[in-house]
Design a protein. Sequence first.
Length: 289
Amino acid sequence: MTSQSDEPEASAPVAEKSSSEGSSGRELWELARVEPVEIALPGGVGLTLRAYRKASELTPTEVVIDEDDPFEARRKRAEEEEEVIVDEEYEALLADDEKAEKADGKESSSEEPDPADFEEEPAGQADDEEVPMFLSHKGRLLTFKSSEALVSFLRSGAPHDLAQLDTWADLAERVQSSDIDPLPEDRYELDLVVENLRGGHDTWDLPLLINAGEVARDLGFALRIKPVILALSPGSPLDDLDESLRTAEKGGMGGFFGRRRLKKIGAQQASLGWRSVIGKISAAVDWRD
């Protein structure tokens, strides 16, 4: 009878894998804490990247404009002319709204409860909160019309703001064009916003408009587009529109009053305000292919 050793047989060593080895698709983005984003603008549909980090961890994007560039000067003049037209119409509508509110007097204020009464108190924000950043360079959003072109740029070593992330080197090495597949909630249709608002209150697409507000705020902050930041700041007409849209989408009693508030918001005023915002964002886009 063959004797067997009481010693357990040693198993072959198992090589440890790094947490990101072999990762792709959603796992790759989750490990890198970066996400692909698709943004439809009047000038086309583009792919880019977005991340959120603590403000203290980031170096703000550098905004440099060459005042001697004739193409930049021409673009700036056209933008200023457009802004004057929009702002004059917008201010006139705001003045009309203020007159109407004064004419209503106290009756309008006591007409219905404030939808805020049905909402929970927002939690206090930390001093060092997470802020958005994009694949951008010198205040310009780098946008690509194909996943292949985007990946080619990521591997090129060209400078951009996301390169400062501690997860960037690994992401740039591993990402494939098949990984550039934004989630439905990361696809934004800014090109449809103005037409949707012009259609009137009954045709307003709440998710479309709410998502547009989210990405416009992110872009305004990350690219330092002051007119966009101001247009969507707390208390502004577009911010009031956004709050009413969110309240209406929640449903229930708060949603009922949210829909009533939306009926009081001028479709023309809202479309003009958003037209200006989208124009400012479009002017900050750098199409790379």
